[in-house]
Design a protein around this ligand. Structure first.
Ligand code: GDP
Ligand code: MG
Ligand code: ZN
Length: 298
């Protein structure tokens, strides 16, 4: 086989031993992995940049012959080379679970993956709700945007943010992720709708993590397994490191190793009192700290 038949692409999905590899300016090839991967115990992941050898260009079949070095690898979902996460929550219907949002932020920061928070359903939320959410997250260190996926408001902003990156969508069910994907990538034809109906259908269909190709270098992934998770065994005393709003007060508490919880003369608690740090974010920190502390007892 001559070298000219080797192409580079990205794994869009993997089903039953086959990998669907998108080669830009060419198209998708159905590939099987050659034995070398089994021998090396190396498992190709969705998102991987891979070398393929074309076996039949008409039928668009090939074989996977190599995996390029990964920049990142998430475990849940198992996906490689993610550049950023777009964390989607509704402003209302469903009411946003901010503890869950904060956990997403912590997990992404831990993996050094950049985040953008997107609050959807602006069309049905009060302006006061939108402002409240923007206030809570004004110090969190990541960009926050508000959109209406249904009415296609704010989508240009999102297109700009996605350009030339591989973005994963994270967020609970019913917040509008599929509606958003269908705007950005009409060929995706994602199923949208009320949660209960989808659950029923879900019984009969297996859902896979799948990448969508939007434009040169621009990929988007919606992942069904990305709706709830725990922070595993992350030690509680490291949680504070993921709160950028605490950074200006580091070293200003009475105790060097202050957890900003029960210690006297705590600069962070003072900042919560004056409103310099969002009370909601701070209380979320307390909740997550407790959860992590208790988890380790068992
Ligand atoms: N009012 C309003 N409804 C929306 C918006 N985006 C999505 N929805 C609706 O919310 C429901 C869930 O949307 P879907 O895209 O399936 O959410 P997913 O579970 O996150 O993929 C559907 O009934 C959508 O029509 C929005 O911006 N405004
Ligand atoms: Mg969906
Ligand atoms: Zn403190």
């Amino acid at each position: 086989m001559d070298r000219e038949c080797e192409l580079t692409g990205r794994i869009m999905k993997g089903i039953a031993g086959f990998y669907y590899v998108n080669v830009e300016d060419d198209g998708v090839y159905e590939c099987h992995a050659v034995g070398i991967f089994r021998k090396d115990k190396q498992k190709p992941l969705v998102g991987d940049l891979v070398k393929i050898r074309v076996l039949d260009s008409k039928k668009r079949e090939g074989s996977l012959v190599g995996i390029c070095k990964r920049s990142t690898a998430l475990i849940r979902p198992e996906v490689a080379n993610v550049d950023q996460a777009l964390i989607v929550f509704a402003q209302i219907f469903p009411e946003p679970n901010l503890i869950l949002l904060d956990k997403f932020l912590i997990m992404m920061l831990e993996h050094e993956i950049e985040c953008v928070i997107c609050f959807n359903k602006q069309d049905i939320a009060k302006d006061s709700k939108r402002e409240e959410l923007l206030n809570i997250y004004s110090g969190c260190g990541v960009k926050v945007i508000t959109i209406s996926a249904l009415e296609a408001q704010g989508l240009q902003q999102i297109r700009e943010l996605l350009k030339n990156k591989f973005t994963v969508l994270a967020g609970p069910s019913g917040v509008g992720k599929s509606t958003l994907i269908n705007h950005l990538c009409p060929q995706a034809k994602m199923e949208t709708g009320e949660i209960s109906k989808k659950m029923e259908r879900g019984k009969h269909t297996t859902r896979h993590s799948e990448l969508f190709y939007l434009d040169k270098g621009t990929y988007l992934m919606d992942t069904p397994g990305f709706t709830a998770f725990s922070l595993m065994d992350m030690p509680e005393n490291t949680i504070k490191n993921y709160y950028p709003e605490f950074y200006p007060y580091e070293g200003k508490c009475k105790y060097q190793e202050c957890s900003h919880i029960h210690e006297p003369k705590c600069a962070v608690k003072d900042a919560v009192q004056t409103g310099a740090i969002s009370r909601i974010r701070y209380e979320g920190y307390l909740t997550i700290y407790e959860e992590q502390k208790n988890r380790r007892k068992y």
